[in-house]
Design a protein around this ligand. Structure first.
Ligand SMILES: Cc1cc2nc3c(=O)[nH]c(=O)nc-3n(C[C@H](O)[C@H](O)[C@H](O)COP(=O)(O)O)c2cc1C
Length: 198
């Protein structure tokens, strides 16, 4: 299966991971899909590192499945990080929730790989891939800044951040200035939601 075509390449790809609980309730959260290049076979192995306490982790442990939804929508990232998405934002593939708005999605089987004090790591094996549209987009610093700001805002809740409050506020102010200068309407809306949530 060609995951690069679906937008998941080398390094860490920030996506919205959808999962479902054993009772069938869907969930969505921004998560990084980690690609590790296999030197011999010249192809990638895929992993995910999930912090303890998240719904995504408990769902992945219950069902051994997750879907990586590729999107550039800053608002979707921020909403998925801070609030439950509505039922209507999901569609079902063989009963598994994926995002209607995703440019592409990959359904993965996830197998436990290792555990640390704060995280569980799973190895991912692609089961199905769907590309809804191929989006060609130039780098936008505003969109990138929203993602950095959202990571900063969620980091402190899930793990001890080595930065103090003053340093985090300074970084947030910098990201906000970049969004104001370089972002479009979706990035500005995402920043507003982020600021309300934090
Ligand atoms: C861009 C981005 C990437 C993130 N990557 C991860 C990740 O790789 N692993 C993780 O456990 N949390 C990650 N987070 C934090 C989770 O999205 C956040 O804790 C979320 O609230 C978990 O929601 P849930 O409880 O519905 O699963 C990331 C957040 C953002 C904004």
């Amino acid at each position: 299966m060609n995951l690069k075509e679906a937008g998941i390449g080398e390094g860490i790809s920030e996506v919205i991971v959808t999962t479902k609980s054993a009772s069938g309730e869907p969930n969505a959260a921004p998560i990084g899909i980690i690609a590790v290049t296999n030197e011999d076979e010249n192809e990638n192995n895929y992993f995910v590192r999930l912090y303890k306490g998240s719904k995504t982790l408990s769902n992945a442990r219950e069902t051994n499945k997750l879907a990586a939804n590729v999107t550039n929508d800053a608002v979707l990232f921020v909403k998925a990080a801070f609030e439950p998405l509505t039922e209507t934002q999901f569609s079902l593939f063989n009963g598994f929730p994926v995002l209607k708005e995703a440019n592409s999605w990959i359904l993965f089987d996830c197998t436990f790989s290792e555990k640390t004090r704060e995280t569980f790591v799973f190895r991912l094996t692609a089961l199905a891939v769907k590309t809804n549209r191929k989006e060609v987009k130039a780098i936008n610093r505003g969109r990138n800044a929203v993602i950095e700001a959202a990571i900063l805002a969620t980091r402190n809740a899930i793990t001890e951040d080595e930065r103090d409050r003053a340093e985090r506020e300074k970084l947030m102010a910098l990201y906000a200035r970049i969004v104001e200068k370089c972002g479009g309407s979706r990035e500005k809306e995402a920043l507003k939601i982020l600021q309300e949530k934090t």
